[in-house]
Unconditional design. Sequence first.
Lengths: 775, 493
Amino acid sequence: MNAPHKPADAESLRHVRQSLPHDSATKHVQGAAQYIDDIREPEGTLHVVLGQSPKARGRIVSLDLSAVKAAPGVVAVLTAKDIPGKNDIAPSLADDPLFAEGEVSFLGQALFAVVATERDLARRAVKLARIEIAAERPSITVEDALERNETVLPDYAFGRGDAKAAITQAPHRLDGEFRIGGQEHFYLEGQIAMAIPGEDGDIFVYSSTQHPTEVQHVVSRVLGIPDAYVTCETRRMGGGFGGKESQATQWAVTAALAARVTGKPCKIRLDRDDDFVLTGKRHDFRCDWSVGFDDEGRIQGYAVDHLARCGYSADLSGGVVDRTMFHSDNAYWLAAVHVGSRRLKTNTVSNTAFRGFGGPQGMLAIEQVMDRIAWEIGRDPLDVRYANFYAPDSNLTPFGMEVEETDTLIDLVRTLEQTSDYRARRKAIAEFNASSPILKRGIALTPVKFGISFTLTQLNQAGALVHVYQDGSVHLNHGGTEMGQGLYIKVAQVVAEEFGIGMERVRITATSTAKVPNTSPTAASSGSDLNGMAARIAAAAIKARMTAYAAAAYGVPEDQVSFRDDRVFIDNESLTFTELAKKCIAARVSLSEAGHYKTPKIHWDREKAQGRPFFYFAYGAACAEVIVDTLTGENRVTRVDILHDVGKSLNPAIDIGQIEGGFVQGMGWLTTEELVFDKEGRLLTHAPSTYKIPVASDVPEDFRVALFPSANREDTIYRSKAVGEPPVMLANSVFCALTDAVHSLDPAKPVPLNAPATPEAILRACEAVRGRPMT
Amino acid sequence: MRREVIRFLRRGRPVELKGFDPRTTLLDYLRLEERSTGTKEGCAEGDCGACTVALGRVREGKLVYEPVNACILLLGQVDGAEVVTVEDLASEEGLHPVQAAMVKNHGSQCGFCTPGIVMSLFTLYQHAPRPVSRETVNDTLVGNLCRCTGYRPILDAALEACADAPADSFTAMLSERAAQLAAITDGRDVFVGDATSFFAAPASEDALAKLYANHPDATLVAGSTDVGLWITKAMMDLKKIIWLGRVAGLDRIEYGNDTLSIGATVTHAKALPALSGIDPDLGELMRRFGSAQVRASGTVGGNIANGSPIGDLAPALIALGATLELRNGATTRNLPLENFFIAYRRQDRAEGEFVRGVSVPKLKANEAFRAYKVSKRLDEDIAAVMGAFRFTLEGRTIADARIAFGGMAGTPKRAALTEKAMFGASLDDASSWEAGFAAMAQDYQPMDDHRASAAYRSTVARNLLLKALSEIANGASAATRLVGQREPLQAAE
């Protein structure tokens, strides 16, 4: 007699919680995983290259494309006039034209597209355009935009109490202006799309996108055809990181338009330099802050205004800057607080989603404030952090959401404090610094609390499509996209678990708008939370029908039917999963299901600035140690200890990969990755030769990463927690450790360090602390 | 009789090609012609390593596999080599040990950089002396950008795969492949194309001199680590390309009593141990030069001849008093290296003239040398400031100084006033260094650019002089450097 279906716990799980490799790992290592540029092109495929504005701001006086049209290999030249539908590719507001008309808004903005028989010919032809722009002085910096008072979206603020008064009345007060740089995604696979025209105006688009549904919708909008005529498929991306959430659309739409006009398959693949110039980055910020606190460092009032450089259009800046605001508290109780924001318009490429989606900036700002407070009162920065953590009696965020698991973070930080040997090392570092005039060490332990859910509530839904075939193999499809994060394997684990079958039976298939419609972007760390649930719901529904059939056929109650080890156990008998599938089909039982999931509990009233925008919070903490050469600003991260909360992991190896990768990406953002625009709005750091992401030797040699064992208190997929974005902010510890090292030069002085902490920024801070400012 | 095809080895078979555009890159050949799409284009400028493939060549009688960036390597440059790509590693027995270790250690996420990483690790697997250290793995991998993993699992995979001596399907075939390569190798001049558009690879210096004299508008290519970008990024329609890689003798290193002579086509990888012999700082500089891929292709002569204002290596060689040798037709001449650099991207090289090599004086017993590369990112970056110092000491007094910087002017440039000001300074009296610091501000008026501001450059230049003097005075560098310490490291603190 078999036990009824057991509740899911670690002991009875066959696939979930296993460290299975990435679904494509063996293909990756053999070069056999196909990216869009690897798909064999249909005969006659044409290649598209964009013509770019040479000026950042001004009026288009003339656009003479005669030489372009006459160039070898050119089949068509597309401008706004060739658009049958709307000249609008914006994700939210209608402020992103496919091709600029009348005005140009940033240097590089698309004016036209060349379609040619070869990519090389298209690249050469595009240079032959004669473009005349009546140029104006562009707004490049935050200050430029403030001076012109130009924004892409209205200002927004929320808070609690009278922060200004609280700051004024507090025993101590500090103010500052903190600058945080942007970041280029540098997905290794650049932006790419291929569009193939079909019957009756159908368009099939291969797009390297995190958001196939938006690609579908915008292609139909620009081509003026119904959504149902457009299919977008995405098997995998060579990295996304938010850079292909809204900003993969333009390339797909351009290819689709070219396919529509020429009647031929058309492909567009951006050169890396063009990719840098033409796609948005992480928003850079100026954060104007003031804080009032008591002798223990407890914050009485905090006021911060986030001045975000959004670029020329809104894109996703609304959500990004809102998330900055939602994370202005990081993990700290702010009795009286004001969080303001301005979404500034500059004549630069439109900044966009980037892993963390604005959260990292809000958190870094307050982490920097924590250090300033600590220096002011002479306490260990970690103790100041402890003094300010959310607690059961002070657990309300500035936006009115309760932090329900305050213990998790405190336990986690206390544990990391022990395991990283923080106190002893701080002491050793002080001793080292006392006898080392040039090289200085620093250490910092910083927390992460990151809200999980799209703050636009509507997006918190997902669909999945599961078929069971007569041979017992399973077709799995869902709305989430695979960009390397391991979503496909995690969801496959969930489905295999549900059916009690081996992983080899589950065929993972490319994300397609034709299979699962109306999906949300794979973003906001939500991939496995949403799609894992939707797929489980679909699989469970099929299993329920199979169970009902089996119970009826064998005359047993349904709770006597269980699925495991590729078999179905029915009372005292068993048959293979395949045999039951065959019997179900013969008995006319449907073995296909579309599952749908929506996140419970969440709601957000933006006008009142109240609600519960997040289903739950993910937590983590990192302790970083660095060494700085105070003659040059060069530095090394020598040791990092991370403890991170992924709930009960669906796949520990994949999760650790996200944690390590996110941390190193965040470290790059805060150290060597520097975006430099000149006064004309030209991006000077436009390729890996000039823009420096971390390399192998930048990774701390002593890198200790552990998962914090705790189940998600919310009913998520197998009680796991989202992991995509939160680890980025673990790297705040590196920034704080670098300031700590500089601070050792003169503990009486604050360290005026902005992000990114490049060697130059660090040396500048050193020289300022030494009282001989570098000019 | 010149040969009018290029010949290389691919998957065990000789391949002959002609009629290709001289500016075709190896990557375009692989992806567009051969349809081997495992090798990826990430940046098309030799910086990300996604296009890394291995070239097998017989070096000093032994077949070695070297990593190269296929995106900027010209197709013609594979003449005489075996081309190995990521599709070729797995055998009937299954994944290559490097591939298996990558899977086991979760070394891929999005997978786009993975083929390049696998190929870099393949070259490490073949040749790195065991045990392989983490530093060696890093030096192999800094030219492979990964944006997903944070590298840790890749480093673990590398160490695991290279734990034992190489024993893969390639090691089993080494002598057979070497014989196949010998069979396609000859001493003939290679010329593919016609008088208006060609890829040429002369086999002798005389043939080179003659060909270049006839086609002074041709582009000389050694490693193509810079010229490759003229093609992929500047879209220059180079019609005539003369590759120096087959010129006999130009790749020679001569160890004289007082000087080290490095031929123009000696790669950075090959120059590294030779230059290390002059001073450990030179070795460290070469270790940090570009990436393993760039060091395997790029040459000392090319780095000098293309006249980068920074050129990492040039300031160090100038400080050492190096001499450049050039040849034009039958005429050769020598000049001090610093005189070769006239102005920004303008060199003292006449029409038809080419670099033969550089002679570097060795250090005398009373000479102390220091070189520092300061860059935004420690590895695989171009210096913001590159400083090199050679002090001649009489006891503890500086009797002569040669100081050169890169990144401080339009060319690599000596610090003439600082050199003078250091005369007579004492290693034991830091106040006697002040005149040098003051003179430094007179010697250089650097620029602001995306690598660094003028203020940073000036401050660092001064601080590097201080660092050099402190290190020489104290005979130690552990307390003044983050990497490249000159003395063996003490046990970890």
